[in-house]
Write a protein that binds this ligand. Structure first.
Ligand code: KG4
Ligand code: ZN
Length: 352
Protein backbone atom coordinates (compact mmCIF):
# COMPACT_ATOMS: atom_id res chain seq x y z
CA UNK A 1 0.00 0.00 0.00
CA UNK A 2 1.21 3.48 -0.88
CA UNK A 3 -0.48 6.51 0.70
CA UNK A 4 -0.14 10.26 0.21
CA UNK A 5 -0.43 12.24 3.48
CA UNK A 6 -1.25 15.95 3.79
CA UNK A 7 -0.76 18.10 6.91
CA UNK A 8 -1.90 21.75 7.29
CA UNK A 9 -3.31 22.05 10.84
CA UNK A 10 -0.81 24.62 12.16
CA UNK A 11 2.15 26.46 10.63
CA UNK A 12 3.75 23.63 8.67
CA UNK A 13 2.62 22.78 5.15
CA UNK A 14 3.61 19.16 4.66
CA UNK A 15 3.07 16.21 2.34
CA UNK A 16 4.61 12.75 2.26
CA UNK A 17 4.36 9.36 0.61
CA UNK A 18 4.58 6.30 2.85
CA UNK A 19 4.37 2.70 1.68
CA UNK A 20 4.14 -0.64 3.45
CA UNK A 21 6.79 -3.33 3.26
CA UNK A 22 5.80 -6.99 2.88
CA UNK A 23 6.11 -7.44 6.67
CA UNK A 24 3.57 -4.64 7.22
CA UNK A 25 6.03 -2.04 8.49
CA UNK A 26 6.14 1.42 6.97
CA UNK A 27 8.69 3.04 4.69
CA UNK A 28 8.85 6.80 4.18
CA UNK A 29 9.38 7.35 0.45
CA UNK A 30 9.30 11.14 0.79
CA UNK A 31 8.47 13.73 3.45
CA UNK A 32 8.34 17.39 2.48
CA UNK A 33 7.80 20.06 5.14
CA UNK A 34 7.70 23.80 4.66
CA UNK A 35 7.66 25.77 7.87
CA UNK A 36 6.12 29.23 7.95
CA UNK A 37 8.16 30.34 11.00
CA UNK A 38 9.57 33.36 9.15
CA UNK A 39 6.09 34.62 8.27
CA UNK A 40 4.87 34.45 11.86
CA UNK A 41 8.06 35.46 13.70
CA UNK A 42 7.33 39.19 13.56
CA UNK A 43 4.09 38.56 15.49
CA UNK A 44 5.67 36.33 18.14
CA UNK A 45 3.32 33.45 17.35
CA UNK A 46 1.20 31.78 14.69
CA UNK A 47 -1.32 34.14 13.04
CA UNK A 48 -4.23 31.95 11.77
CA UNK A 49 -5.06 34.11 8.74
CA UNK A 50 -1.42 34.25 7.60
CA UNK A 51 -1.11 30.49 8.11
CA UNK A 52 -4.19 29.73 6.00
CA UNK A 53 -2.99 31.93 3.14
CA UNK A 54 0.49 30.40 3.25
CA UNK A 55 -0.99 26.88 3.08
CA UNK A 56 -2.98 27.88 -0.03
CA UNK A 57 0.24 29.23 -1.53
CA UNK A 58 2.38 26.17 -0.81
CA UNK A 59 0.13 23.13 -0.86
CA UNK A 60 0.25 22.17 -4.54
CA UNK A 61 4.04 22.62 -4.74
CA UNK A 62 4.60 20.54 -1.62
CA UNK A 63 2.39 17.70 -2.85
CA UNK A 64 4.02 17.71 -6.28
CA UNK A 65 7.45 17.61 -4.66
CA UNK A 66 6.50 14.77 -2.30
CA UNK A 67 5.28 12.69 -5.27
CA UNK A 68 8.43 13.49 -7.27
CA UNK A 69 10.85 12.69 -4.45
CA UNK A 70 9.02 9.40 -3.88
CA UNK A 71 9.45 8.67 -7.59
CA UNK A 72 5.73 8.19 -8.00
CA UNK A 73 2.59 9.79 -9.47
CA UNK A 74 -1.04 9.84 -8.33
CA UNK A 75 -1.58 6.78 -10.57
CA UNK A 76 0.50 4.67 -8.18
CA UNK A 77 -0.99 6.09 -4.99
CA UNK A 78 -3.51 3.76 -3.34
CA UNK A 79 -5.18 6.28 -1.02
CA UNK A 80 -5.09 9.90 0.11
CA UNK A 81 -4.97 10.86 3.80
CA UNK A 82 -5.33 14.43 5.06
CA UNK A 83 -5.35 15.86 8.57
CA UNK A 84 -8.90 17.04 9.34
CA UNK A 85 -8.12 18.55 12.76
CA UNK A 86 -7.64 19.50 15.51
CA UNK A 87 -6.01 22.80 14.60
CA UNK A 88 -6.52 26.19 13.00
CA UNK A 89 -9.63 25.78 10.89
CA UNK A 90 -8.45 27.92 7.94
CA UNK A 91 -5.39 25.72 7.45
CA UNK A 92 -7.29 22.49 8.06
CA UNK A 93 -9.79 23.39 5.31
CA UNK A 94 -6.93 23.89 2.82
CA UNK A 95 -5.34 20.46 3.38
CA UNK A 96 -8.60 18.57 3.84
CA UNK A 97 -10.20 20.01 0.71
CA UNK A 98 -7.06 19.39 -1.34
CA UNK A 99 -6.93 15.79 -0.13
CA UNK A 100 -10.59 15.20 -0.93
CA UNK A 101 -10.22 16.79 -4.38
CA UNK A 102 -7.24 14.55 -5.21
CA UNK A 103 -9.06 11.44 -4.00
CA UNK A 104 -12.21 12.38 -5.88
CA UNK A 105 -10.41 13.21 -9.12
CA UNK A 106 -8.38 9.98 -9.09
CA UNK A 107 -11.06 7.71 -7.62
CA UNK A 108 -8.90 6.66 -4.65
CA UNK A 109 -10.05 6.02 -1.09
CA UNK A 110 -9.86 8.96 1.31
CA UNK A 111 -8.96 8.98 5.00
CA UNK A 112 -9.57 11.99 7.28
CA UNK A 113 -6.86 11.83 9.94
CA UNK A 114 -6.88 13.15 13.48
CA UNK A 115 -3.58 15.03 13.85
CA UNK A 116 -3.19 13.81 17.44
CA UNK A 117 -3.74 10.20 16.36
CA UNK A 118 -0.97 10.70 13.80
CA UNK A 119 1.43 11.83 16.55
CA UNK A 120 0.26 8.87 18.64
CA UNK A 121 0.96 6.27 15.92
CA UNK A 122 4.32 7.64 14.70
CA UNK A 123 6.25 5.31 17.01
CA UNK A 124 4.79 2.34 15.13
CA UNK A 125 6.14 3.75 11.88
CA UNK A 126 9.61 4.48 13.28
CA UNK A 127 10.02 1.62 15.78
CA UNK A 128 7.37 -0.98 14.85
CA UNK A 129 6.10 -0.58 18.40
CA UNK A 130 3.41 -2.95 19.66
CA UNK A 131 0.34 -1.79 21.61
CA UNK A 132 -0.25 -0.78 24.37
CA UNK A 133 2.07 2.15 25.11
CA UNK A 134 2.06 5.42 27.01
CA UNK A 135 2.43 8.56 24.91
CA UNK A 136 3.52 11.96 26.15
CA UNK A 137 2.41 14.41 23.49
CA UNK A 138 3.90 17.84 24.17
CA UNK A 139 3.79 20.61 21.58
CA UNK A 140 2.84 24.26 21.29
CA UNK A 141 -0.85 23.37 21.30
CA UNK A 142 -1.10 20.10 23.25
CA UNK A 143 0.14 18.52 26.45
CA UNK A 144 -1.39 15.11 27.03
CA UNK A 145 -0.59 11.68 28.41
CA UNK A 146 -2.40 9.08 26.31
CA UNK A 147 -2.76 5.32 26.63
CA UNK A 148 -2.48 4.03 23.06
CA UNK A 149 -4.07 0.58 23.07
CA UNK A 150 -4.95 0.05 19.39
CA UNK A 151 -5.73 1.87 16.16
CA UNK A 152 -8.63 4.13 17.09
CA UNK A 153 -8.55 3.30 20.81
CA UNK A 154 -6.95 5.99 22.92
CA UNK A 155 -7.60 7.00 26.50
CA UNK A 156 -6.45 10.28 27.81
CA UNK A 157 -4.75 9.73 31.14
CA UNK A 158 -3.74 13.33 31.75
CA UNK A 159 -3.92 16.74 30.11
CA UNK A 160 -2.98 20.32 30.83
CA UNK A 161 -5.60 22.34 32.67
CA UNK A 162 -4.27 25.59 31.17
CA UNK A 163 -1.28 26.16 28.84
CA UNK A 164 0.64 23.61 26.78
CA UNK A 165 4.33 23.06 27.67
CA UNK A 166 5.58 24.44 24.32
CA UNK A 167 3.32 27.45 24.78
CA UNK A 168 4.93 28.11 28.20
CA UNK A 169 8.39 27.94 26.60
CA UNK A 170 7.21 30.37 23.91
CA UNK A 171 5.74 32.80 26.48
CA UNK A 172 8.86 32.78 28.65
CA UNK A 173 10.95 33.48 25.55
CA UNK A 174 8.69 36.39 24.67
CA UNK A 175 9.01 37.85 28.21
CA UNK A 176 12.79 37.76 27.82
CA UNK A 177 12.73 39.25 24.33
CA UNK A 178 13.87 36.01 22.64
CA UNK A 179 12.56 35.25 19.14
CA UNK A 180 9.74 32.85 18.23
CA UNK A 181 9.56 29.85 18.49
CA UNK A 182 10.86 30.15 22.02
CA UNK A 183 11.55 26.52 22.98
CA UNK A 184 14.93 26.10 21.29
CA UNK A 185 15.99 29.64 22.38
CA UNK A 186 15.10 29.03 26.03
CA UNK A 187 16.92 25.69 25.94
CA UNK A 188 20.05 27.32 24.49
CA UNK A 189 20.01 30.05 27.17
CA UNK A 190 19.34 27.47 29.90
CA UNK A 191 22.54 25.62 28.96
CA UNK A 192 24.66 28.44 30.38
CA UNK A 193 22.40 29.46 33.27
CA UNK A 194 22.12 28.45 36.93
CA UNK A 195 19.05 26.24 37.45
CA UNK A 196 19.17 26.83 41.23
CA UNK A 197 19.11 30.63 41.22
CA UNK A 198 15.32 30.90 41.15
CA UNK A 199 13.03 28.48 42.96
CA UNK A 200 10.08 28.45 40.57
CA UNK A 201 6.91 26.49 41.47
CA UNK A 202 6.32 22.97 40.14
CA UNK A 203 2.50 22.91 39.82
CA UNK A 204 0.68 19.57 40.32
CA UNK A 205 3.79 17.88 41.80
CA UNK A 206 2.86 14.80 43.81
CA UNK A 207 -0.78 14.66 42.68
CA UNK A 208 -2.24 11.20 42.01
CA UNK A 209 -3.97 12.25 38.78
CA UNK A 210 -1.68 12.89 35.81
CA UNK A 211 -2.72 16.41 34.78
CA UNK A 212 -0.39 19.31 34.01
CA UNK A 213 -0.62 22.99 34.86
CA UNK A 214 1.73 25.62 33.50
CA UNK A 215 0.15 28.99 34.22
CA UNK A 216 1.41 29.35 37.84
CA UNK A 217 4.97 28.66 36.70
CA UNK A 218 4.62 31.11 33.84
CA UNK A 219 3.31 33.81 36.20
CA UNK A 220 6.17 33.17 38.65
CA UNK A 221 8.66 33.69 35.83
CA UNK A 222 6.93 36.93 34.82
CA UNK A 223 6.95 38.26 38.41
CA UNK A 224 10.63 37.39 38.78
CA UNK A 225 11.49 39.13 35.51
CA UNK A 226 9.52 42.21 36.65
CA UNK A 227 11.33 42.18 40.00
CA UNK A 228 14.74 42.19 38.31
CA UNK A 229 13.77 45.00 35.96
CA UNK A 230 16.69 45.50 33.59
CA UNK A 231 17.50 41.87 32.75
CA UNK A 232 21.10 41.07 31.84
CA UNK A 233 22.21 38.12 29.67
CA UNK A 234 23.14 36.27 32.86
CA UNK A 235 19.76 36.92 34.48
CA UNK A 236 17.99 35.67 31.35
CA UNK A 237 20.16 32.52 31.27
CA UNK A 238 19.42 31.85 34.97
CA UNK A 239 15.69 32.41 34.45
CA UNK A 240 15.68 30.00 31.49
CA UNK A 241 17.69 27.36 33.39
CA UNK A 242 15.48 27.63 36.50
CA UNK A 243 12.30 27.54 34.38
CA UNK A 244 13.48 24.50 32.42
CA UNK A 245 14.46 22.72 35.65
CA UNK A 246 10.92 23.25 36.97
CA UNK A 247 9.46 21.89 33.70
CA UNK A 248 11.70 18.81 33.84
CA UNK A 249 10.71 18.04 37.46
CA UNK A 250 7.06 18.47 36.57
CA UNK A 251 7.22 16.32 33.43
CA UNK A 252 8.94 13.46 35.26
CA UNK A 253 6.48 13.60 38.16
CA UNK A 254 3.46 13.71 35.82
CA UNK A 255 4.77 10.85 33.68
CA UNK A 256 5.29 8.79 36.86
CA UNK A 257 1.67 9.48 37.82
CA UNK A 258 0.60 8.57 34.28
CA UNK A 259 2.50 5.27 34.44
CA UNK A 260 0.79 4.37 37.72
CA UNK A 261 -2.61 5.03 36.17
CA UNK A 262 -1.66 3.12 33.01
CA UNK A 263 -0.60 0.04 35.00
CA UNK A 264 -3.80 0.12 37.04
CA UNK A 265 -6.05 0.41 33.98
CA UNK A 266 -4.22 -1.21 31.03
CA UNK A 267 -1.40 -3.33 32.50
CA UNK A 268 2.25 -2.87 31.52
CA UNK A 269 3.01 -0.61 28.56
CA UNK A 270 5.53 -1.76 25.94
CA UNK A 271 7.21 1.65 26.03
CA UNK A 272 7.04 5.31 26.86
CA UNK A 273 6.82 7.39 23.68
CA UNK A 274 7.40 11.14 23.36
CA UNK A 275 6.09 13.22 20.47
CA UNK A 276 5.57 16.89 19.69
CA UNK A 277 8.03 19.77 19.33
CA UNK A 278 8.89 19.78 23.04
CA UNK A 279 10.35 16.28 22.61
CA UNK A 280 13.29 18.05 20.96
CA UNK A 281 14.33 19.45 24.36
CA UNK A 282 17.58 17.81 25.49
CA UNK A 283 17.00 18.25 29.23
CA UNK A 284 13.54 16.64 29.00
CA UNK A 285 14.87 13.81 26.81
CA UNK A 286 17.72 13.06 29.23
CA UNK A 287 15.42 13.10 32.26
CA UNK A 288 12.93 10.76 30.56
CA UNK A 289 15.78 8.44 29.51
CA UNK A 290 16.85 8.27 33.19
CA UNK A 291 13.26 7.51 34.20
CA UNK A 292 13.20 4.81 31.53
CA UNK A 293 16.31 3.04 32.79
CA UNK A 294 15.13 3.35 36.39
CA UNK A 295 11.72 1.80 35.65
CA UNK A 296 12.94 -0.65 32.98
CA UNK A 297 10.52 0.87 30.51
CA UNK A 298 11.94 1.42 27.01
CA UNK A 299 11.85 5.04 25.89
CA UNK A 300 10.94 5.58 22.24
CA UNK A 301 11.90 8.93 20.79
CA UNK A 302 11.07 9.30 17.12
CA UNK A 303 13.66 11.45 15.28
CA UNK A 304 13.00 15.20 15.72
CA UNK A 305 11.65 15.65 12.17
CA UNK A 306 8.96 13.06 12.92
CA UNK A 307 8.21 14.48 16.41
CA UNK A 308 7.23 17.85 14.94
CA UNK A 309 4.42 18.23 12.40
CA UNK A 310 4.94 16.33 9.14
CA UNK A 311 3.03 14.55 6.38
CA UNK A 312 4.56 11.11 6.94
CA UNK A 313 2.67 10.64 10.19
CA UNK A 314 -0.58 11.51 8.38
CA UNK A 315 0.15 9.05 5.55
CA UNK A 316 1.10 6.32 8.06
CA UNK A 317 -2.10 6.89 10.04
CA UNK A 318 -3.98 6.61 6.75
CA UNK A 319 -2.35 3.18 6.26
CA UNK A 320 -3.13 2.08 9.82
CA UNK A 321 -6.76 3.19 9.53
CA UNK A 322 -7.30 1.62 6.10
CA UNK A 323 -5.87 -1.65 7.40
CA UNK A 324 -8.25 -1.44 10.36
CA UNK A 325 -11.15 -1.02 7.92
CA UNK A 326 -11.77 2.72 8.28
CA UNK A 327 -12.38 5.05 5.34
CA UNK A 328 -14.07 8.45 5.12
CA UNK A 329 -16.52 10.16 2.80
CA UNK A 330 -16.29 13.45 0.95
CA UNK A 331 -18.67 14.97 3.53
CA UNK A 332 -16.12 14.71 6.34
CA UNK A 333 -16.10 18.16 8.00
CA UNK A 334 -13.00 19.93 9.37
CA UNK A 335 -12.78 19.63 13.14
CA UNK A 336 -10.98 22.54 14.86
CA UNK A 337 -11.47 20.58 18.11
CA UNK A 338 -11.17 16.84 17.99
CA UNK A 339 -10.16 15.10 21.23
CA UNK A 340 -8.58 11.69 20.74
CA UNK A 341 -10.60 10.31 23.57
CA UNK A 342 -14.19 11.52 23.14
CA UNK A 343 -15.05 10.04 26.54
CA UNK A 344 -12.68 12.44 28.27
CA UNK A 345 -14.48 15.68 27.51
CA UNK A 346 -12.28 17.85 29.63
CA UNK A 347 -11.59 20.72 27.32
CA UNK A 348 -9.56 23.55 28.80
CA UNK A 349 -8.67 26.92 27.46
CA UNK A 350 -10.25 26.17 24.10
CA UNK A 351 -7.91 23.27 23.46
CA UNK A 352 -8.90 19.65 23.19
O1 KG4 B 1 4.88 20.01 17.45
P1 KG4 B 1 5.30 21.40 17.10
O2 KG4 B 1 6.35 21.60 16.05
O3 KG4 B 1 4.09 22.26 16.63
C1 KG4 B 1 2.86 22.29 17.31
O4 KG4 B 1 2.77 23.06 18.29
O5 KG4 B 1 1.95 21.54 16.89
O6 KG4 B 1 5.77 22.08 18.48
C2 KG4 B 1 6.21 23.39 18.54
C3 KG4 B 1 6.43 23.75 19.99
C4 KG4 B 1 6.72 25.21 20.20
O7 KG4 B 1 5.96 25.69 21.30
C5 KG4 B 1 8.22 25.20 20.50
O8 KG4 B 1 8.63 26.29 21.34
C6 KG4 B 1 8.39 23.88 21.21
O9 KG4 B 1 7.53 23.00 20.50
N1 KG4 B 1 9.79 23.43 21.13
C7 KG4 B 1 10.58 23.27 22.21
C8 KG4 B 1 11.86 22.93 21.72
N2 KG4 B 1 11.79 22.87 20.35
C9 KG4 B 1 10.50 23.19 20.01
N3 KG4 B 1 10.32 23.39 23.52
C10 KG4 B 1 11.34 23.17 24.37
N4 KG4 B 1 12.60 22.87 23.97
C11 KG4 B 1 12.91 22.73 22.66
N5 KG4 B 1 14.15 22.42 22.29
ZN1 ZN C 1 1.45 18.47 16.05
Amino acid sequence: MRVLGIETTCDETAAAVVSTRPDGSGEILSSEVMSQIAEHAAYGGVVPEIAARAHVDLIDRIIRRALERAGTTMDDIDAVAAAAGPGLVGGVIVGLTTGKALALATGKPFVAVNHLEAHALTARLTDKLEFPYLLLLASGGHTQLIAVTGVGTYSRIGTTVDDAIGEAFDKVAKMLGLPYPGGPQVERMADRGDPRRFDFPRPMLGRAEADFSLSGLKTAVRLQADRIGAITENDAADICASFQAAIVDMVIDRVRAGLRIFRATHGYPTALVIAGGVAANGAIRRALARLGSETGLPLVLPPPELCTDNGAMIAWTGIERLRAGFQDGMDFAPKPRWPLDPGAQRVHNGKA
